[in-house]
Design a protein around this ligand. Structure first.
Ligand SMILES: [Zn+2]
Length: 643
């Protein structure tokens, strides 16, 4: 890790002396016993906001009396709530509209009066409650709300850009760190001279107001300013199901970097207000509070004046275009990836199948297909290195920050070698039939419906959609890490089983991965009420010997997978006017797959050649608008060519 030293280091040392900052003796207190996540403490230290793990409700606890009030339990209000310096609660809710678009609304709740009102009407895209220097902004893509006329400067992120809005409302767009799959958690220092943000997979940065990087602090998430020289953040937790996280105190100068929460406690989601640090314990949802023996910054008092809603000038996003956040699972061929060595017939172990490879091929294909269909997309990785294998907290936060309408995680499945089966499985958050986020089950069902229509695969079972809490026996409501803390309608697609060996050989073929993504796009079209709106069509199939058996080391194969696929078969596709429109040669990886993409509807003729220019088969294929025509061909090894 590189550290950039600067003038500020001197300032910091003056304040701290030897830098012996630590937790005040006896200051760690438990504020909530269970189910408390995304904790926020009020400026006067009297109130605690928190939500259950799914963000399905927003709770407010009076720390003096212990009384708990539900602020809201509609539209996942739990994840974006903050306190203003005025002591009021600002939060965002979401609503899935008729055609799958998610609209988000800004609210304000006053704990002293119990008044709860809408301050920013529903709009499509990203809407977030953010701290400004002297107030709160609920920032939307079409409109934003400021809780007073002079909130001062503020910062936010969208995609891989950092936006700084100054006192008079003019915005600067900065990109201090290149090659990041998105920025998160931007905020100005208490004195307004620096801004901190996280660049996904790259780490936590502090820069000046011109975007000049001042410090590179390493892999920490969900940062919060303690004072002008110190930041409190959580460590990158990796796979949160198996490894822990701690709360850290980080010097902006890079000199101080120490954990302040207990080892093995799995502390997450820290937030600082007027020297009080609150954080949650993963799984239990215990909320704790601690104080440090160094002076904290105090929040600037709220400026008086009326709140106001304003239109955003030059909105960057198109209104009401469905937006999809794509997450190709795993990354980097390391421990959390899934690897199956491949025995290509006659060439033992010459290739390695990694789930991260086919997930990425499918993800990039899906992004391209959806973009061509006019959707907006964002993707969690475009390459396949350990460094871009994001933390699950980052993935979920990036998806939410993108303002997407759905979250789509791409994987393939495995059962272990003795059971070898193959079927598409959609996993959404919740119990079977009871998704935590509205729309998730519908989306999963639609995508799975098209997935199982893929006639190149041999399916041993029909498609399924399951709730992750019911599906995994990892503990009560544990489920999939990547769906934890996710509030977007969405699911994880286990497209097929990569340890069913003929399927793994198909997944080594990029066209086959493309076909899975294409089928996913058809499910997405239907979810957003766009079924049949797109003209492009597909012809796909396999070529196998009708009288030769596979001789894999594993004989557990089903149906036509018992037949040996034909490598190096040449397919020619002629359009209705007899013009050669496409050519495809099956690869040498024992899958027999061919796919012709982006075809115009027409009556085509498909010809199969083998061993040079020897024509063996000629078939008519009718291609309908927006549909896939499947055609599996077989050749007898003793068959003579037609010409
Ligand atoms: Zn996976």
């Amino acid at each position: 890790m590189k550290r950039i030293y600067m003038v500020m280091a001197l300032v910091c040392l003056c304040v701290l002396g030897s830098g012996a900052a630590g937790v005040k003796h006896g200051s760690v207190k438990t504020l909530v016993d269970s189910c408390g996540f995304f904790p926020q403490i009020s400026p006067d230290g009297q109130w605690l906001l928190y939500s259950p793990i799914e963000g399905t409700s927003l709770m407010l606890k009076n720390l003096a009396t212990g009384a708990v009030t539900t602020v809201s339990s509609v539209g996942h209000p739990g994840y974006d709530a903050i306190f203003g310096a005025d002591g009021k609660v600002y939060y965002v809710t979401q609503q899935v509209m008729k055609k799958g678009l998610v609209y988000r609304t800004g609210h304000c709740y006053d704990p002293s009066t119990g008044e709860n009102k809408v301050v920013l009407k529903a709009q499509h895209g990203q809407v977030q409650a953010l701290h400004a220097a002297r107030g709160v902004v609920i920032n939307g893509e079409q409109q934003y709300y400021r809780n007073n006329n002079r909130v001062g400067a503020w910062a936010y992120t969208r995609g891989d850009k950092l936006y700084l809005v100054d006192e008079v409302g003019s915005t600067r767009v900065l990109q201090p760190v290149q090659e990041s799959n998105g920025y998160l958690w931007a905020s100005l220092s208490p004195d307004g001279t620096k801004v901190m943000f996280e660049a996904a997979a790259r780490g936590l940065y502090v820069c000046d107001l011109n975007g000049q990087v001042l410090a590179e602090l390493g892999q920490y998430l969900m940062p919060s300013w303690y004072n002008n020289n110190y930041i409190v953040a959580m460590s990158n937790a990796g796979n949160v199901r198996t490894s822990g996280s701690r709360i850290w105190l980080l010097g902006v100068d890079g000199e101080v970097c120490k954990p302040i929460s207990a080892r093995d406690e799995r502390a997450v989601q820290p937030m600082v207000c007027n020297g009080k640090i609150v954080y949650s314990i993963l799984y239990s949802g215990e909320v704790k509070q601690m104080e440090l023996d160094i002076p904290a910054a105090t929040w600037q008092p709220a400026t008086q004046g009326k709140g106001k809603t304003e239109k955003v000038k030059n909105p960057a996003s198109k209104k009401d275009v469905p937006r999809i956040y794509i997450n190709p699972g795993h990354g980097g061929h390391d421990s959390d990836d899934r690897h199956v060595p491949t025995w290509v017939i006659g060439k033992q172990d010459t290739l390695h199948y990694y789930e991260s490879n086919s997930n990425l091929t499918k993800g990039l294909a899906l992004q391209e297909i959806l973009t061509n269909k006019g959707y907006e997309t964002a993707i969690s990785r475009k390459t396949n290195y350990t460094e871009d294998d994001l933390d699950l907290f980052e993935i979920v936060a990036l998806a939410a920050n993108s303002g997407a309408d759905i979250f789509f995680s791409i994987h393939s499945n495995a059962t272990g070698i003795d059971k070898r089966i193959n079927f598409p499985l959609g996993l959404y958050r919740g119990w079977d039939g009871q998704p935590v986020v509205e729309g998730s089950l519908k989306l999963s069902d639609l995508v799975m419906k098209y997935a199982v229509q893929n006639a190149l695969a041999v399916w041993t079972h029909g498609e399924r959609s399951r709730g992750d809490w019911s599906f995994y026996d990892w503990g009560y409501k544990v489920g999939l890490g990547v769906l934890r803390f996710n509030k977007l309608p969405g699911f994880l697609s286990e497209g097929s089983f990569h340890d069913y060996l003929p399927e793994r050989e198909r997944l080594l073929n990029d066209s086959y991965c493309w076909l899975e993504a294409w089928n996913q796009s058809l499910g997405i079209d239907e979810y957003f009420g766009r079924k049949g709106k797109f003209k492009n069509s597909v012809v796909a199939g396999t070529v196998r010997w009708s009288d030769l058996q596979r001789h894999d080391e594993d004989k557990r194969v089903f149906g036509e997978d018992e037949l040996l696929p034909i490598n190096g078969a040449l397919l020619r596709l002629y359009n209705g006017r007899g013009v050669l429109s496409r050519v495809y040669t099956t690869d040498n990886l024992d899958n027999g797959v061919f796919v012709f993409t982006n075809l115009q509807p027409d009556k085509y003729k498909l010809e199969l050649y083998y061993g040079g220019e020897n024509l063996y088969e000629s078939k008519k294929v009718k291609v309908k608008k927006g549909k896939t025509s499947y055609i599996n061909l077989k050749l007898k090894s003793t068959q003579k060519p037609k010409k």
